[in-house]
Design a protein around this ligand. Structure first.
Ligand SMILES: Nc1ncnc2c1ncn2[C@@H]1O[C@H](COP(=O)(O)OP(=O)(O)OP(=O)(O)O)[C@@H](O)[C@H]1O
Ligand SMILES: [Mg+2]
Length: 160
């Protein structure tokens, strides 16, 4: 479990994760409405694009695409989808192979459990007014080595 004292810590952790991401990674972002999934995704995308990249919530578009010199990103919000077909229609298979996919509400569809999948559950721990969050993270085989260095960098940054 990772403890995040405030929103800035969420953004720092997301940027650490982005620095190790490669094409084919699938990152699931779960947690209740308004817990911080889009904030997390925005910080991740900004780390790969530019600090002021406009990153709207894909609540209505379902998917937003970001081109970046190193790695393209597809950001999904599946809260409103009604069937797996809708996800396939968004071109998920292609996107998955050639970019990193950030998926809010992944449990709403059948997203493949590949070795490159990493799932993050964001939890509020101290009531609605607090910025404190806990992350429960499940890493696929393809992340295990990378994840150790992500944690080391994050801990070093947090203790600065
Ligand atoms: N530690 C934190 N990490 C992320 N967001 C935080 C944190 N503390 C407070 N917040 C606030 O919580 C809200 C998170 O909103 P966000 O849109 O990211 O939620 P969401 O999980 O994407 O919601 P939805 O399920 O509707 O997509 C923002 O207003 C943000 O400022
Ligand atoms: Mg959101």
């Amino acid at each position: 479990m990772i403890e995040l004292p405030d929103e800035a810590a969420t953004c720092t952790f997301a940027a650490c994760l982005a620095s190790e991401a490669v094409a084919g990674d699938i990152i699931g972002l779960s947690g209740t409405l308004g817990v911080g999934k889009t904030v997390f995704a925005r910080a991740f995308i900004r780390a790969l694009t530019q600090p002021h990249e406009v990153v709207p919530s894909p609540t209505f578009t379902l998917m937003q695409h970001y081109a970046s010199p190193q790695l393209a990103v597809y950001h999904y919000d599946l809260y409103r989808i009604e069937s797996d077909n809708e996800v396939q229609e968004l071109g998920f298979e292609d996107a998955m192979a050639n970019a990193v996919s950030l998926i809010e509400w992944p449990e709403r569809a059948s997203i493949p459990q590949t070795e490159q999948r990493l799932d993050i559950l964001i939890k509020e721990v101290a009531g609605a007014c607090s910025e404190k969050r806990h992350l429960k993270i499940k890493v696929g085989e393809g992340w295990s080595k990378r994840f150790k260095s992500i944690l080391a960098v994050f801990e070093a940054t947090a203790n600065d």
